[in-house]
Design a binder for this molecule. Structure first.
Ligand SMILES: CC(C)(COP(=O)(O)OP(=O)(O)OC[C@H]1O[C@@H](n2cnc3c(N)ncnc32)[C@H](O)[C@@H]1OP(=O)(O)O)[C@@H](O)C(=O)NCCC(=O)NCCS
Length: 134
């Protein structure tokens, strides 16, 4: 947004942005380049609950897309376990397509006890935005 400052921390393959409004951090997002399949993973998207619905996440998401384009990656990918509509609407409005849902009891890198498995079922949705062919 026009009155939001954005600060950048980066290396050649990854980058982290914070959105600042009146001296306060109100949103974050990270981009992590993956050389094996030439994609960028969008990670850690989050906007302070008091500042939602103002286009801040969309502006942060566009930074990730711009980073991917400038560095010649072929696609941007992400995974989310969000149950609320907001995250799904956000990614669709940025041009992502949902490429798969996994109904699972665990997340990558996470283990659960048998008791926890009985109570929690996690839906993990993957999204992809193709920038250009390989
Ligand atoms: C998801 C989240 C980052 C959105 O942040 P935001 O700054 O409020 O989003 P924006 O204002 O940029 O909105 C982007 C789009 O999403 C839609 N959207 C945002 N909040 C919405 C809501 N509560 N319900 C429906 N749509 C919503 C907007 O309509 C907009 O689409 P448009 O451009 O077509 O109008 C924020 O709600 C959040 O931090 N949620 C908790 C953490 C989370 O779920 N992170 C993502 C996990 S992968």
């Amino acid at each position: 947004t026009a009155d939001t400052e954005q600060h950048t921390l980066f290396t050649s393959s990854s980058c982290f942005w914070v959105a600042v409004l009146q001296g306060q951090v109100v949103g974050i997002v990270a981009a992590q380049g993956r050389e094996d399949d030439n994609t960028v993973e969008l990670r850690r998207m989050s906007v302070d609950s008091h500042f939602r619905g103002k286009g801040i996440a969309k502006a942060l998401g566009r930074r990730v897309l711009e980073f991917a384009m400038l560095n010649n990656y072929s696609a941007v990918v992400l995974g989310t376990t969000a149950v609320k509509m907001a995250a799904h609407k956000l990614y669709e409005s940025l041009g992502f397509r949902r490429v798969g849902d996994t109904e699972d009891y665990t997340l990558p890198g996470m283990t659960r006890s048998l008791l926890e498995r009985l109570f929690f079922q996690i839906r993990y949705s993957r999204y992809r935005l193709q920038l250009h062919e390989e």
